[in-house]
Write a protein that binds this ligand. Structure first.
Ligand code: EZ4
Ligand code: CO
Length: 405
């Protein structure tokens, strides 16, 4: 089974937000789609692909997925990093898509078949004050969600990342030149978050899985304290308590709390999380198909995780396109060490631009049985929405120092 790649093209489209799409075409006319979206840095991945990777792909055998991965990873000499790994991830997913279409099988069958009937998912409920947060959680329960990430505002602050005072919905990146600056005060957050989350738990009762994202803002000591204080809330997980470049600090957090920990949406390879996994410093690894080198590399991370009873829980915000979201659901259906998939939903227009076989229902996802990944791009519709500059916000402490957010 060989099929020569005859074209590799990059499409940047912005149906409400920017997505970078890779289209690989074979001599047999099979088209594979990949996602290379890197929020706020989209054009750098588009250039990495267009200027350096696409010319290398033309003439190669599309069936050699692993060899192509090794070529792009080892062949570049320079290692890791989100731009490189998102580009490799896009190629990898597009080649899995082609292989599935060529064999007439959905990708999850090529990964060994389903290990579960459906993939548990969680979504977001965000609101500024606690009564509005309770309403937002209720609205998510009415949509069938069995797991909800709750984020609220902080009294005394004007802004909190991803939580809007009056706008419904969640879109942290803002259009225009340069990032919006927000203000952050960890002390105020630590006073408020346990109360807000306890109010949610009291409101929903014991069964609903509750999650919370601290978004890399805390010191190890603060993280340990928050984890301990949140134990009565019985969180499914507390996410990104510290900036995890320094993996050792999680030991301190672990020593003090049984609150489950999730980390890894910014990690791009197994080398970024092997210590967290092998020392069991986390419970869930959040590496995403798109940012961690595609289906092939995510599966390797999850194979290591399985040995240490750590589970995959891939990042799935609105900035992950429906292409790699679908790929992630295939991995979820076919991978034992997989717990839950984040799903924020997409506006109607995004569903139109990316027709897909994956579906949501009753708190679960399924990748569908279309051959390949099962997500296409409506190129004519996509062309109507050209790239628009957009940036994630940044945050400063009360004294003006830039801080993690
Ligand atoms: O900050 O998608 O768990 N989800 C998150 C997201 C990420 C954005 C970054 O692009 O933390 O809000
Ligand atoms: Co997160």
């Amino acid at each position: 089974m060989t099929d020569t790649i005859v074209a590799a093209d990059v499409i940047v489209t912005s149906p409400g937000r920017n997505y970078v799409v890779l289209k690989i075409t074979t001599a047999d006319g099979v088209v594979g789609w990949g996602d290379a979206t890197l929020n706020g840095r989209e054009l750098s991945v588009a250039s990495y692909l267009r200027d350096h990777v696409c010319p290398m792909l033309v003439g190669r055998d599309a069936s050699r997925i692993e060899d192509t991965w090794q070529l792009l990873y080892r062949g570049a000499y320079w290692r890791r990093g989100p731009v490189t790994m998102a580009a490799i991830g896009a190629v990898d997913v597009a080649l899995w898509d082609i292989k599935g279409k060529t064999l007439g099988q959905p990708v999850y069958q090529l990964l060994g078949g389903a290990v579960r009937d459906r993939v548990l998912t969680y979504t977001h409920a965000s609101a500024w004050d606690t009564p509005a947060l309770l309403d937002a959680v209720d609205a998510r329960r009415e949509q069938g969600f069995r797991a909800v990430r709750a984020q609220s505002g902080v009294p005394g602050l004007d802004t909190v990342y991803g939580v809007h005072r009056d706008v419904a919905g969640y879109e942290p990146a803002s259009r225009g030149a340069g990032p919006v600056e927000e203000t952050w005060d960890t002390a105020a957050y630590l006073r408020h978050a346990p109360r807000a989350l306890q109010a949610v738990r009291d409101h929903v009762g014991p069964e609903l899985a509750l999650l919370h994202d601290a978004h890399h803002r805390l010191t190890p000591q603060q993280a340990a304290r928050l984890g301990k204080e949140l134990e009565p809330v019985d969180l499914f997980w507390l996410e990104d308590v510290t900036p995890a470049e320094n993996q050792e600090v999680l030991r301190l957090v672990r020593q003090h709390t049984t609150t489950p920990l999730a980390i890894g949406e910014v990690f791009t390879t197994v080398f970024d999380c092997h210590q967290l996994i092998t020392e069991q410093l986390i419970d869930y690894v959040r590496t995403a198909v798109v940012h961690a080198g595609g289906i092939s590399h995510l599966r390797k991370i999850l194979a290591l995780a399985e040995v240490y009873q750590v589970k995959g829980a891939p990042h799935g915000p609105s900035d992950v396109s429906p292409v790699s979201f679908g790929a992630s659901v295939h991995v979820g259906l076919a991978t034992y060490a997989f717990a839950i998939q984040e799903y924020m939903g997409y506006p109607d227009l995004v569903h139109e631009v990316f027709p897909h076989s994956w579906s949501y229902g009753d708190g679960y996802l399924h990748p569908g049985d279309a051959p390949g990944v099962g997500v296409e791009l409506d190129e004519a519709l996509a062309a109507k929405y050209p790239y628009e500059p957009a940036y994630l916000p940044v945050a400063r402490r009360l004294d003006g120092t830039l801080t993690d957010w």
